[in-house]
Design a protein around this ligand. Structure first.
Ligand SMILES: Cc1ncc(COP(=O)(O)O)c(C=O)c1O
Length: 381
């Protein structure tokens, strides 16, 4: 399927206020947020419009069909079955991770992350009074790898109780292999560290690649785990909320449900419920189209840029990780340079100091927007 961008009225710069406050200017091509800037899946739009037209938005029990649609989708697209697993609704990935930090660790305990990585992890850990333990990814000839030796050393420290694993890894676009996941799981089992696998970008592996759920890769390693899922990134529904927490661990499930009940996190949004079910029931063709668009845009970006700026090898997500290190700019200079080029990209240091010299760009856009971004970058050299 292809996208009709001419009929797409959604502005790229929908959040002007945030754009201005972060970049000091609202007059930029905004490609910094992790969202698809394409006409959204027709079945999802129709479901939202139909539910909106109902004229009644009171309390409504979330139908079992929602979880069933999720597992049918997981089984079709990722050969992963929900049998024997707890599937719990959570308002957001951030909520799930925040609650799990509270439930599974004590103040002062270490929670391990692998920067450069999604910006919310560090503040979630720090604001809970836990210690951020960093195991940076290693950038070698073949791209980014997990530092498994250092992971073993750090998790052997008694303070580390939880690891947040990002798979696929935002922002570097790695899709961890079953072997890598199994190796990380074995290390965490050995050192009694629980793994929270943030798999919110799971559906966004490029068409030639296959996403491996942590739960499947880590089977029989004995690791304790929970994973976050949901349609919010895939289908551009982050403003609707509603995600899922999956685990095979009764204690983790009960702890999470207890917190959910204490804090009233179980309320549902009736429109999100309709969107969620429609996405997983009927959104497959649209997603295949999105992944083709992303593949084409990645190539377009790669071909359009010269020697000085290059796109890193990419396996998953609609977020390109671009290497600006040859420009020799320090952290504030690179951000200013990008603004000078008329672009709002996420500067790499937002994801940890290892991201310095890089920037992240959303490429789920009209190919004409990629051409414009390339023109602006090349003209500014
Ligand atoms: C890896 C990852 N996890 C979580 C989120 C955000 O999820 P939520 O808004 O549900 O907290 C994002 C958003 O970009 C993300 O990239």
């Amino acid at each position: 399927m292809s996208f009709d961008f001419t009929a797409h009225e959604r502005s790229l710069a929908v959040d002007q206020q945030r754009l201005s406050s972060l970049f000091g200017s609202g007059d930029l091509l905004p490609l910094w947020i992790a969202e698809p800037y394409v006409p959204l899946a027709e079945p999802v739009r129709t479901a939202i419009e139909t539910r909106s037209a109902a004229g009644w938005y009171g309390y409504e029990t979330r139908p079992d069909a929602v979880k069933e649609a999720f597992w049918a989708w997981m089984s079709r697209r990722h050969s992963w079955s929900g049998q024997g697993l707890s599937t719990i609704v959570s308002p957001s990935v951030g909520t799930s991770i925040g609650v799990l930090i509270e439930e599974l660790t004590q103040p002062g305990d270490g929670v391990l992350i692998q920067p450069p990585v999604f910006t919310d992890f560090k503040p979630l850990i720090a604001r809970a009074g836990r210690t951020v333990v960093r195991n940076p990814l290693v950038l070698g000839e073949g791209g980014y790898q997990m530092d498994l030796d250092q992971l073993a050393a750090l998790t052997a420290e008694s303070s580390v109780k939880l690891m947040i694993l990002c798979n696929p890894h935002n922002p570097v676009g790695r899709l961890w292999t079953e072997e890598e996941l199994r190796a990380a799981a074995a290390i965490c089992t050995e050192n009694q560290v629980v793994v929270v696998a943030d798999e919110i970008h799971a559906d966004l592996a490029l068409p030639t690649m296959q996403f491996a759920p942590f739960a499947k890769a880590a089977a029989n390693t004995g690791v304790r785990w929970a994973a976050t899922h949901g349609p919010i990134k895939t289908f551009g529904l982050a403003g609707m909320c509603d995600t899922l927490l999956i685990t095979d661990d009764g204690e983790i499930a009960e702890g999470f449900k207890g917190a959910s009940s204490r804090l009233h996190l179980t309320r549902n949004n009736v429109i999100a419920t309709s969107a969620f079910e429609a996405a997983y029931t009927s959104g497959g063709d649209w997603l295949d189209g999105l992944l083709d668009l992303v593949t084409g845009n990645l190539e377009r970006l790669h071909n359009g840029l010269g020697e000085a700026i290059s796109v890193m090898p990419h396996e998953a997500t609609y977020l390109a990780w671009i290497d600006f290190r040859r420009l020799g700019l320090d952290v504030p200079q690179l951000k200013d340079w990008l603004v000078g080029a008329g672009l709002a990209l996420s500067p790499g240091h937002w994801f940890g100091r290892e991201g310095a010299g890089f920037a992240r760009m959303s490429i789920a856009v009209d190919p004409a927007v990629i051409d414009e971004a390339v023109r602006r970058l090349n003209d500014h050299l």
